[in-house]
Design a protein around this ligand. Sequence first.
Ligand code: B12
Length: 135
Amino acid sequence: MKVVTGVIGNDIHVVANRLMDLSLNARGYEVFNLGVNTYLEEFFDAVVETGAEILLISSLNGEAEGWGREVKLLKAKYKSLDNLTMMIGGNLTVGSGNAEDIVPRYKNYGFDLVCHQVDLNTGLDMLETYIQEHR
Ligand code: B12
């Protein structure tokens, strides 16, 4: 299965993204890693180009909300993204915040899976369960 991954917006924290790439490869995914400083339109263009079914976004500096809230609007411009599974993880707010507030907000923006301060392997297990349940 093909996965596009990267770090959203102005965020340059690269380490989790590298680990994500390695872990996805180890789990048998074909990974297209766009790296840091990637914007939503670039993610969607890459999904269309590669035919990926999954988009995994990392954010650590807490500013993803500013860069990721237009998911529904932008996705509607691309006709082929209806079956795309979108997941975001890392530190999903600036400062302190709790998952009970953050997760529903991001889901409302259009993300299917939201992992605020959840470790990578737990997140990837959640992704696999989600895929099994939805395909
Ligand atoms: C290294 C580091 C930096 C380096 C980054 C170097 C680089 N090129 O990567 C430098 C010094 C450049 C930096 C800069 C900044 N940083 Co910094 N940085 C860190 C630090 C110390 C470690 C981050 C890291 O790489 N961790 C290693 C990864 C592997 O572990 P992790 O972060 O816990 O990630 C796990 C999970 O979050 C999860 N995960 C991550 N992504 C995803 C995605 C998915 C889909 C899933 C399922 C899971 C998942 O999996 C990971 C492994 O289990 C953290 C503090 C800390 N101790 O965590 C701050 C931290 C992330 N930085 C922070 C900040 C604020 C900044 C700056 C804005 C500081 C400034 N004022 O300039 C800038 C931002 C620059 C930018 N444009 O983004 C804050 C963010 C706070 C927030 N969200 O509210 C932190 C938390 C420090 C703090 N306590 O304030 N930073």
